[in-house]
Design a protein around this ligand. Structure first.
Ligand SMILES: NC(=O)c1ccc[n+]([C@@H]2O[C@H](COP(=O)([O-])OP(=O)(O)OC[C@H]3O[C@@H](n4cnc5c(N)ncnc54)[C@H](OP(=O)(O)O)[C@@H]3O)[C@@H](O)[C@H]2O)c1
Length: 339
């Protein structure tokens, strides 16, 4: 069993720990340490109670500076620079880096220097990391020799299974993807300063706010043949969780709405079973809260115009789906190492 640590115990870090206990990953991975800037009492409180996902599925207690979950003791640290932590003394095999602070090999290298043999990043990374993995699409590319791997973004995890399915059936010439993303912790509740981005100074409660997105680059990293072919925008909306991508594609071959929906439905039961879902029910975004799949196609919103312009609505739980994919990649990587 691999010994794992979580760095950054925010929305994704906490979702990862919860999914570990809720969805059976604990049989394969053990979280032995968490590093988070906040204090142990607040970490414990936010583990037990979560406005978005509800109460933690197991009793959570504290002892000194540890979280106790059932029989598991998780040592907690509060250190901003990972190289100052004695990871090797903890015998950590892999750090799940969920702070958002390290996306380049140079910063991530601090972990390796501090005795962490493997790092899985919860965000897209610079091109010099060892691999970027979208589970279900290219996890076979992870090797035992890799040390820094990215689990891509929640939006890349949402789109790649859809693009893969449509490409295989009808080919993709080009397209546009509009992400409609729920609020995140880098936005203020009411207007406040942000040193990096003027749009992130505006209240998350009151507006639809355009934000930067690296989704085009994320797609090209996984599917180099689509480099420069999918234009992407993103807006944040005042909801707590669950996002959508409005995807418009120009296909190489003529298709019908029925054929596209049928192909996606088939992918939901075969190649992407458990990762891609399909529904014909009349849904609102909140219906997908706590849904572990990477993407759910809303078949009621599929359009095909003039045979080759395909429009799809793709739902995803940006927190829970992504946390489960991170654990899928971690578990797969662990299997490769142990094999
Ligand atoms: N939320 C999503 O939907 C989502 C989905 C996929 C990927 N991601 C990615 O996951 C990363 C984290 O996002 P998030 O939404 O979880 O953000 P978040 O809620 O702000 O969590 C980040 C946590 O990391 C802590 N932190 C910051 N610097 C640290 C450091 N040097 N060492 C240890 N802990 C540190 C922060 O502590 P303090 O708050 O105490 O400063 C905070 O608790 C980002 O890269 C994001 O792009 C997010």
């Amino acid at each position: 069993m691999l010994r794992v640590a979580i760095n950054g115990y925010g929305r994704i870090g906490r979702s990862v720990l919860r999914a570990l206990y809720e969805n059976g990953y604990r049989d394969h991975l053990q979280v032995v340490a968490i590093n988070e800037l906040s204090d142990i009492e607040t970490m414990s409180y936010l583990t037990r109670y979560d406005t978005t996902h509800g109460r933690f599925p197991k009793p959570v207690n504290t002892r000194n500076n540890s979280l106790l979950i059932g029989d598991d003791e998780i040592h907690c640290f509060h250190c901003e620079t990972p190289d100052l932590l004695a990871w090797d003394a903890l015998n950590v095999d892999m750090v799940l880096e969920c702070s958002g602070s390290f996306s380049e090999r140079e910063g991530a290298q601090n972990y390796l220097d501090a005795g962490v043999p493997r790092l899985l990043l919860s965000q897209p990374a610079a091109a010099d990391v060892d691999a970027t993995i979208v589970f279900g699409f290219n996890q076979h590319q992870v090797t035992a020799e890799h040390s820094i791997v990215s689990a891509a973004s929640c939006t890349t995890n949402c789109l790649i299974p859809v693009l893969d399915t449509i490409k295989a059936f009808a080919g993709v010439e080009h397209g546009v993807a509009q992400t409609i993303h729920s609020a995140m912790n880098d936005q203020p509740v009411i207007d406040g300063y942000n040193p990096k981005d003027l749009r992130l100074t505006r209240s998350a409660l009151s507006s639809i706010i355009p934000v930067n997105t690296g989704l085009s680059r994320g797609i090209a990293r996984l599917m180099p043949e689509l480099e420069g072919k999918i234009g992407c925008n993103a807006v944040r909306v005042p909801t707590l969780n669950v996002s959508a991508i409005d995807l418009v594609l120009r296909t190489e071959n003529a298709v019908t709405k029925e054929e596209i929906n049928q192909q996606l439905q088939q992918a939901a039961t075969l190649k992407y079973a458990g990762l891609l879902g399909f529904t014909n029910e009349p849904h609102a975004s909140v219906d997908f809260n706590h849904d572990p799949r990477s993407v759910i196609i809303d078949g009621t919103q599929t359009h095909v115009i003039d045979g080759r312009m395909v429009k799809l609505l793709c739902w995803f739980d940006n927190e829970w789906g992504y946390a489960n994919r991170m654990l899928d990649v971690a578990k797969h990587w662990a299997d490769v190492i142990i094999r």
